[in-house]
Design a binder for this molecule. Sequence first.
Ligand SMILES: [Zn+2]
Length: 485
Amino acid sequence: MMTSPAGTFQWNPTRPRYRGAMTHLATMLVSVLATATSATEAPPTVHSISDISQEFTFYMDGRFHRQYLKDHGRDARNWGTLSKADLSNANLLILVAGNPRVPYSPASLDHVVEFVKDGGTLLLMGDGAEAMPPGQVIAEAFGAGFTTDRAIKPLSGAGELEGVDVFFHRGTCLRTSVDWSPLMKDRDGRAVLAARRFGDGHVVIGSRGLFGRKPDASDPINAAWVTPMLVDRADDKTIDPSRTPRPIRAELSRQIGPLKIEYHEGTEQFADGIHEVYTEVRPHLRELTGVEPSPGMIRSMLILPTGGGGFSSGVKIAIGAWWGNFPERRYPMVELVAHEAVHSWVLPHAEPLWNEPIATWLGIKTGQRMGHPEADATLERQITKARRLDPQLDAIDPLSDGAKRDLIWGKSYFVFEELERVHGPGAMAKYFQTKRSLLEPGRKGYTMDDCVAVWSNAVGEDLFPWFQSLAFDVDASRTDLAIRD
Ligand SMILES: [Zn+2]
């Protein structure tokens, strides 16, 4: 399940920038010798829009830009319906092949073609598959297409990329016409990356495997040539650098009670179903925790075009529209919606150690109460995994360095189950209520020692010895929270 917050990467205006007019070789040298040169500060020449409306990934949410364009431009993400995105002051549009559940609409296709005709540069990254991805219609509009033919290594550059070093994960070859110049070929001479002029602009299409993919941006593969390939072309359309690109939001919404549901034309099909899950889940969370969400929290819910999970800022939660194959399967969505919502119950004092496990555990409990057998199986499976590492669950301190994820999660579930069994029913609700009443609003920090003190007050018994017997390194002398008799 994704856990990074949205939009953590912002353009950093203090980052050194270099004149777009420099040759690319010089730019690369400047990058290498940055401290030894006196490059003149200049406005960026590239305004890119990274589209995450057809398919959301954390990678496309800023990391692509960080890897390839940060020294040359500013980027904004398109979260909304692509056909409505204002591309007038952008000169580079970055698209991925997308997910079959959210096809490129005819209006979005027209919008992309117009953008290129007007001088913009389009980069479309993708690979063919048995069922062709939605991006195929974009490729075909420019006289190319993905194929299912696997590209065979080694790849080699052609034309302007002749002689460059290439890193390639894997991917498929392209079908192109005479209007296209191959820029990268596989062992058998088939195009894997190609470019053409179209109207006043440029189109570059290539296998996704030629570009980075890590959400932490730690794999800027092929940056030595990807960056100049894009910047050179984008520079052909002049942008106004004083008008910084702004994020384009999911533009459709409806207010349902206190919650604003946000989506776009492609994700609208999921909005009602996911909201329905939320309305089913919420009363259970209210009962399981014994409290309402923290004040000001969970105001909006964004429907994300992904099956990859969700995230939460507390105020806003984002839910992957087809997580666990929703709507065909329902339990995974119950667990996910509950999980993301629980973050709005624990803030502003996030749980130590088990912030994520407690959210999923409450999702599991919700699923049990709603009669989903998968909930029991999920709980059992995780505790079993922890017992493989620590058979009696009394030997490994989950707070220790190197404690495995499966141990932390399974042991957390075990602790919650035991507290419920011995001190329940409603032990978790007593915990949440006690936490709300004991912690001062401006309190800084919430440690495992604090947490055990709150639990002790909640159940009316000093639980430090019990936690210590399960190998938790907790100590009543390290918390300022007294245990009342
Ligand atoms: Zn979470």
